[in-house]
Structure formats: C-alpha cells, structure tokens
Design a protein around this ligand. Structure first.
Ligand SMILES: NC(=O)c1ccc[n+]([C@@H]2O[C@H](COP(=O)([O-])OP(=O)(O)OC[C@H]3O[C@@H](n4cnc5c(N)ncnc54)[C@H](O)[C@@H]3O)[C@@H](O)[C@H]2O)c1
Length: 721
C-alpha cells in the first residue's frame, strides 16, 4: 500500500503555556506535526480515505526520548486543532523512530515549587489528551516504540491502538516514582482493560522494580488492540485503520462495564496485597492509584479525571516524589557515569577471567562473568572436592536459568563450556582479570595474590571481593601492587546491582578503568570508594544494625527493636537481614569494623552467643503470621534492664546512620552523598521514595539533630523550602 503526503503543517507551539515551565530546566520541546495522508481504502467512495497523522518528535535521536512539558502539550493541542479542522476520516498519532512518547518530562515535574503549577500542568495534559477521546472523528494511536506514563495515556485516550512488534518499554512507571498516572490512566485503563489488568499495569508492574511490558504482554493485558510487524509498521497500521473504518476489521475487546463485584473486589484486594508487600503501607502512591481505579467503576469520566488530577497534584507536591525522581536519576544516570572513575579509554581488554575460591561468592561470580562477558572463566579452590562443589553449584544455577526459560539449550552448552576448573595456577597465565573470593582473612588473601603473581602477566588486574579488609594491605608486598583493585559484590550476586570499586594506595588508572569498564557488561552500578574498612555500604549497614542489636542487649524486647525502622518501609527488618546474610558473617564484619573504628561499631554479645550456639536462623512466625524471634534464640539472650521504646531505637539508629554518613563523606570514602544514596538503593534495595537515605534523614530532621546540618539544601531530593 502506498501513502501520499498531501499537505504538511507545522504547528508552532502555543507559547501561552510558557509560564508553566520552571526556569531551572528548560523544556526539550516535543513538537507535534500534522500531515494529511491519503490512504487507499476499497470500501471508501473514491477508493481512499484521508488520515490526519500527528507525529511527535523532540528533534533528538532515540537516546533522548520525546517527553511532554507545557510547550510540548501546547504543540500537540495545536496539532489536534489542525487535524480536526481538516475534517479527515480519521486522526492518528505516532512518534519518532523507536519512541512514541515516554510521558511527562520528569526533570520539569520534579522541580515544580508551586501547587498551582502542578495543578495546571495536570489539567492541561488531561484537557489536550481528552480531545482525542471526545472527537467525533475516529482516533488511533500508532504506538511505534517506547510508551511510558503520559505517552501510554495519550494512546489510551484514542479510540483504537496498534503497537509495533519491536516496541520496548511500555509501562506506567508513575507509582514506582511516588506519583500516579494522572492524565487519564487510572480512569481509562480499567474501562478498556478491566480492573485486574489495570491493577497489574498501574500498581503491580510499577512496584515490581518498574517492570516494562513487552508487546505480547500489552496485547494480552488489553492495553492495545493489535501488535503489527515492525518492518512496515506505519503502512500496516494505516491499512488496519482503513479496515476498521470500512468495517472489514472488527475490533473485539472484553467488555468490562459489567465486571461483577467479585472481579472488582479480587482485583483491588490483590493490588492492596502487592502494595502492602512492597511498601509496607508507607508509600502513598499505590494506595491512591487503587482508590482511583475503584472510582472508575462508579464515576463518570469527567469526575474521575478531576479526582485523578487532584491526586496527582497532591503527589507531585509530596516529599516522596521528590525523593523518587532523585533516586531514579541516580540509578539511571549517576550509576552509568560513576563519579571519580578514570578515563574509560585507559581500560584494558578482558578476554579471559580467573576466579579464586569456589565458595558461595566465587561460584556466583564465575557464572556472572561467563554469562555477561561471554569469555572463558577458570575457577580454582584448595582441593578437588571443593572445586567440584563450586563447579556443581555453577551448573545447578545454569540449569535453574534454563528451567525458568531465561536461557535456551544452546546457552546452557555455551555457559557450561565457558566455565572450567583447575587446581593449577598455570591456568591463569593468560587471564586478563582475576578476582579472588577466598576466606575473609588477610593472610590467606596475601598468600593467594603472592602465588598468583608468579603465573599471571604483568598487566593482569588482580581484584578482591573482600567486604571488610583493606585492599592496600593485600597489595603492598606484591611486585605489581598497582594492578590490585577492590571489586566488592553483594550477595546474591545476580540480583544486587551494587559494585563497590576500591582504589587502593597504589592502584593505577588503567587497572581501575578496567574494573569500571567491566561493570557495564556485568550490569552492575559501580561506585568508587576509598580503601577504608567496610568501604561505604557495610559501614552504613553495620552502623545502624549495631544500634538495633545494642538496644536488644540493653533490654529492649527484640520485636520492638526489630520493628523500630518499620516506618521507613524497608524491604526487610534488621533481624531478617542478619538472618539472610548469616549471623556469623554479620558478626565477623562487625568485629572487623570494631577493630578499625572502636565503639561506634559495638559487637553484640547476644549475636556472639547466637553464632557460638551454631544458629543460622533467628526468626520464626507466630500463629497469627507475625514475625517473631525464634523461641530458641530468645532463650539464649542475656538482656540488660534499660529497655527503649521503638521511637527511641529509631531515633538512635537513624542518628547513628546520619553520623556515619557524615564521617564517610568527610573522610572522602565516596565523592558525594548521592553515592551513599545510590549504594543503599542498589545494595540494600532501599525504596525510591526515601531517596536512598540522606534525603530521608534531611527531611525528618535527623541530620540536623545528629550532626548539626543537612546533607543537601532543601529542594534537592526534597520539596523546596
Ligand atoms: N558471603 C557474602 O555475603 C559476601 C558478600 C560480599 C563479599 N564477600 C566476600 O567474599 C569472599 C568469599 O566469601 P564467601 O562467602 O564466598 O566464602 P566461602 O567460605 O563460601 O568461600 C570461600 C572459598 O574459598 C576457598 N579458599 C580458601 N582459601 C583458599 C585458597 N588459598 N585458594 C583457593 N581457594 C581458597 C575455600 O575453600 C572456600 O571454598 C570473602 O572475602 C567475603 O568477605 C562475601
């Protein structure tokens, strides 16, 4: 089918909305251009129909996707007017290559200081998009690429939707960031796709680390009407449009207007369960989104949109959203361009990797390297039995990946062939990068590196996965100490994105650059840390954990101390975390930090008792499903007579956290508070709505109470003063 361009109109943006644009972040304007196109249609008089095709394009390549700010919305508004005035047979909206629209411009929305401005932009988006929903001319969204947030809402306002088979990133990320879809999403999606699918897309996917839909998911969930091949997507979409108009194509959708009470109740209860599980009731956005989804059942669209607009405005003016945008930028931008990393061009090529130790961490590292770098990996241990155990664990993980459908049989064979074991260090002679994950003992690590140096090339980087020893201490006596770096992963390696890269006393730029260059293909978010005991993340973690355990030792009931941080909505309680990392690992790291820093890091006598008694689990559940201290553990505790309340424990733990963060910064362990925030998000799964940790400490006033000043001025990751 051919299409003929008949007319071309450029719509100058209506600068009437300019006042809305916050001055700090000039808008990259997405322009909307309307073209009138003749589309062959056998069923139409004259053999063709006229389609007004609106194309959205911010004039940048796909690495800077189109977004909507006030000027972009004004341009779309003008383009819709042009389209309607031309009285075409249909109006269609599409995007630039690979991108439909990825929603509102976050940097703009996240810097709004005035509620009236938030209200205005919310209402403006709804008003413009709604024109596509109320027009008597049939409207179509040709979703040719990424469609997030407001982009997806724009598509939902249209009467019909096609989606390109190669479109990536279809999602409503709002709830993940602390807001909600407020340009119609919460009211339209339940009407179009039903309550259960709306809960999945708006709440569940968003809270599941912002999961994106693939085209087949979007189709299954009723978000689009059809997926069309990417090769000639526009032509096919126009032909489909012509078919819909002449009646040769019937669009069948489930009818949700009569969804029964049971369906609604089940969907909303499921949404609440997901929100409770992910946020422990401490983020407002998923709950407000659920209220609005519920409202869409009974309210007319105008009233629903009004309520949605109010909710979005409230959330735009919330601390959580400011923290959410800040956290999002850390993960999206800062972790890709780590502060202090040397010139990437200094990095050396890595085409073979060695892993020393075949224990818990080493076997995970071997698989990660093989899977992500596609290079041969040789692993070793002290004897064949331990080596075989490590290799078997790698194999088990490979089979698990296959079982979950994450890799196919070819990949199973490839990975199996890439990971080999050897007890002979000569196997590392041609390695470019060797990482050790042997016992956490300086003498053992020194001995391993000393021996290794006899075999490897002079430029082979030697990395250590130590969590608490000084890297310089392992390097100092080597012939080439400049090639030693710290490469600190977190358990489970496949899941935790944080990677602390340590520059030791003598580390050179080329070795450090090589370590940083590996982070990207390994899909890790690196931060550069100075060589000090515990680096950054464990110092923060152990510091607040130390206060929780100390308060138990003093006489605070374990449940009270363990629940004290509940209002933060952390992914797990402190004791759960001790259990997960293993009480003996926790004790060992606490002892190392105590040795270096003294009483700031107390070693809990009760933790020692638990480890000495050989316990690995600390918690159990009572008959009401509440998490409690295991009675056997409780019987071991020796407690003092100075109990604290939950508030006292919280203030004390957070105060300690603020103090430690301040010290870490003053000692130059990391470049900026942002790195600490990034570390707790990627290393500890701390929620976005806290903004990592320092914005939370600032906005709760803890920073000022504990160390006399904030980490960042008001307005950075928090609402302006
Ligand atoms: N477990 C964690 O959660 C975690 C997290 C981050 C970092 N780390 C660090 O990773 C390292 C390993 O920890 P792990 O938990 O995997 O320990 P692990 O006890 O599971 O494994 C250590 C392995 O090293 C082997 N080994 C000991 N001496 C050796 C030598 N001279 N040559 C070769 N192999 C030797 C042991 O036989 C054992 O298989 C430690 O430095 C630890 O601090 C651990």
């Amino acid at each position: 089918m051919t299409t003929i361009e008949k007319d071309r109109t450029t719509n100058a943006p209506d600068t009437g909305a300019k006042a809305n644009a916050p001055a700090a972040n000039p808008e990259v304007v997405t322009k909307a251009i309307t073209r009138l196109i003749e589309v062959p249609s056998a069923g139409a008089p004259g053999g063709s129909i006229t389609v007004a095709l609106i194309t959205l394009d911010n004039g940048k390549d796909h690495t800077r996707p189109s977004t909507f700010g006030p000027l972009g919305l004004a341009s779309l508004d003008a383009a819709i007017t042009t389209a309607i005035d031309a009285r075409p047979d249909a109006i269609a909206v599409t995007g630039k290559p690979f991108v439909f629209v990825v929603g509102a411009d976050l940097s703009q929305i996240g810097s709004i200081a005035d509620r009236a401005v938030a209200e205005e932009i919310t209402a403006f988006g709804q008003r413009v998009f709604r024109r596509l929903g109320t027009s008597d001319i049939p409207t179509f969204a040709f979703v040719n690429g990424a469609a997030m947030g407001g982009g997806l809402e724009l598509a939902l306002h249209c009467r019909y939707r096609t989606l390109a088979s190669n479109a990536a990133a279809i999602a409503f990320p709002e709830v993940f960031l602390g807001i909600l879809p407020g340009w119609g999403g919460t009211q339209l999606l339940p009407r179009i796709a039903g309550p259960d699918n709306a809960v999945t897309v708006i709440v569940e996917n968003a809270l599941n680390q912002n999961r994106m839909m693939k085209p087949k998911d979007a189709l299954r969930l009723g978000v689009v009407d059809i997926v069309l091949d990417a090769a000639d997507y526009l032509e096919q979409s126009l032909a489909w449009l012509a078919g819909v108009l002449d009646g040769s194509i019937t669009v069948t959708r489930n009818e949700f207007s009569d969804a029964g009470d049971d369906e609604w109740t089940a969907a909303l209860e499921r949404g609440k369960m997901v929100a409770d599980m992910r946020t422990h009731g401490h983020a407002r956005s998923p709950y407000r989104a659920l209220e609005l989804i519920e409202l869409s059942r009974t309210s007319d669209l105008d009233a629903g949109l009004l309520a949605e607009g109010t909710a979005l405005t409230d959330l735009i003016m919330s601390q959580e959203f400011r923290a959410g945008v800040y956290a999002f930028n850390l993960v999206q931008k800062r972790s890709r361009k780590p502060a202090g990393a040397p010139d990437p061009s200094l990095a050396r090529r890595v085409s073979k990797v060695g892993v020393i130790g075949a224990g818990l961490m080493a076997s995970q590292l071997a698989l990660l390297f093989a899977r992500q770098l596609h290079v041969p990996v040789v692993i070793t241990d002290v004897d064949q039995a331990r080596l075989d155990k490590g290799l078997a664990s790698v194999q088990r993980e490979i089979e698990k990946l296959k079982g979950k459908g994450r890799i196919n049989s070819d990949e199973v064979n490839r990975l199996t062939a890439l990971v080999s074991g050897s007890l002979d260090y000569a196997a590392f002679a041609d390695a470019d990068f060797v990482v050790e994950a042997v016992f956490e003992k300086l003498a053992v690590k020194k001995q391993v590196f000393g021996e290794l140096e006899k075999y490897v090339r002079e430029d082979c980087v030697l990395a250590t996965n130590t969590s608490s020893l000084l890297v310089s201490g392992m390097a100092r006596e080597l012939r080439h100490p400049e090639r030693v770096v710290g490469f600190h992963f977190f358990n489970p390696v496949a899941v935790m994105p944080l990677l602390e890269i340590v520059r030791a006393e003598q580390t050179d730029d080329a070795s450090l650059a090589t370590a940083f260059a590996l982070a990207k293909p390994l899909k890790k978010g690196p931060i550069l840390v100075k060589d000090e005991t515990g680096f950054a993340f464990n110092r923060l973690l152990l510091r607040f954990m130390g206060e929780i355990l100390a308060s138990i030792d003093e006489g605070t009931p374990a449940e009270v101390a363990d629940g004290a941080l509940e209002p933060l909505g952390l992914p797990m309680s402190p004791l759960m975390l001790v259990q997960l990392t293993g009480p003996s690992v926790g004790l060992h790291v606490a002892e190392t930090l105590h040795e270096s820093f003294g009483d700031r890091f107390p070693v809990s006598e009760n933790l020692r008792r638990i480890v000495d008694a050989g316990h690995r689990t600390l918690l159990s559940w009572d008959d009401q499903g509440r998490q409690i201290l295991d009675p056997e553990i409780a019987a071991l505790l020796v407690q003092g007579d100075r109990p604290s309340t939950a508030e006292q424990v919280r203030e004390r733990a957070l105060g300690a956290l603020a103090e430690e963060a301040r010290l870490i910064l003053d000692e130059g362990v990391v470049a900026d508070a942002a790195d600490l925030d990034l570390a707790v998000i990627t290393g500890g799964g701390w929620p976005f709505w806290l903004g990592g940790i320092t914005p939370y400490l600032d906005r709760e006033g803890v920073s000022e109470r504990a160390v006399g000043r904030r980490f960042a001025p008001a307005g950075v990751a928090t609402l302006p003063a």
